[in-house]
Design a protein around this ligand. Sequence first.
Ligand code: CAA
Length: 396
Amino acid sequence: MDFELTQEQRMIQDACRTFSRQQILPKARQWDIEEAYPRELLQELAKLGFLGVPIPEKYGGSGLDYISEAIVFEEIGYADSSVRTTLSVQMSLVELTILKYANEEQRKQYLPRLCSGEWVGCFGLTEPGAGSDAGNLVTRATRQGGDWLLNGQKVWISNGTWADLALIFAQTDPDKKHKGLAAFLVETRTPGFHSQKMKGKLGLRASDTGELFMENVRVPDSARLGEIGEGFKIAMGALDNGRYGVASGCVGIAQHALDCSVAYGKQRKAFGKAIAGTQLVQEMLANMLVETQAARLLVYQAGAVKNKGERCTIPVSMCKYYASEVAKRAADMAIQIHGGYGYSNEYAPERLWRDARVASLYEGTSQIQQLILGRHLTGLQAFEDEQQRVPAGLQA
Ligand code: CAA
């Protein structure tokens, strides 16, 4: 077991830290206020290889390992979780899913465009009536000759109105439940495809979140990703990657909360001394330090499993669950340490707190992660009580 980053990983960390602290962090507050950041930033990130970290070079990626991917998410997440969310969806949910399940033609068609930032991708799983219960989608895919007609609606889709390419999950045969789902690569310029921005979010205000509407969207069978009936497994496999990105970004939030709390605590005086020198503030700082490092190590442990090419559902659920809760606690403590200033958007903790909140909701709530872990431990399925079975690959 080696806790040191490799030289290559340290180089990625340095490059990403320098870029994100100079080009993203100073603008994050304004982007949050304006509820948007410039899309051209993606091309800048792509030039540095940060939009295709684990994608092989032959498809336009950087060909690096999953620890490097986590480092990039942590550094970008430290600066701005809205930007990190765009990256996570693009790289983890869309690119890696195409890499694993697409045929060679589809990979060549889409991966270089996504890795270069020319195209943006989104992940169309969640529906108004199906969030945690992802097997219960009502978006329909109906066969018509050699084509498919897609009809339905998706909500809470990160990158939803920016996307050029949408990975859409749809039901081909409702009687088959989750075994009837299929995945499609849908170009959003296809007639019948519309999107609309969702506003009024608590956090991640600068990130694009949309609703997708599909009315008789006709796609050829060659737009299908994987086999009919494989959609649920593709979605769950994608979420193993996506949740890892969320967890890594949360480590960045927690580290930022800690760093700004130490800095503020050293310069803010109360009762004639710096508040960082008081026992109760040091207790909070110590807790933030230990929890942030523990979350980072859980992420790296999951990354090591991913690097071996093994199924990572359990280590990823652990790090997603823990890191998202740690980010919320760290941001909350940062507000406490900053006192009244922590409640103002002139200081970072307020935005960190709002941005951290969604991490235990999206890409599988903390409760879903707990139930996945609980089932792993006990062999008992809490979300399907009439059929207490453990699917292959999830046994303890
Ligand atoms: N990889 C590969 N296969 C998997 C898998 C994985 N990670 N997870 C499950 N499977 C397979 C199983 O092996 C099983 O196969 P068989 O049918 O052949 O046995 C099949 O899929 C069904 O698996 P489960 O029994 O685990 O399915 P379930 O219905 O019990 O799953 C659940 C329940 C774990 C709660 C799942 O529905 C889930 O994770 N829900 C949360 C969904 C979610 O995260 N939604 C938010 C996503 S997107 C988003 O937030 C928007 C955005 O833009 C960021």
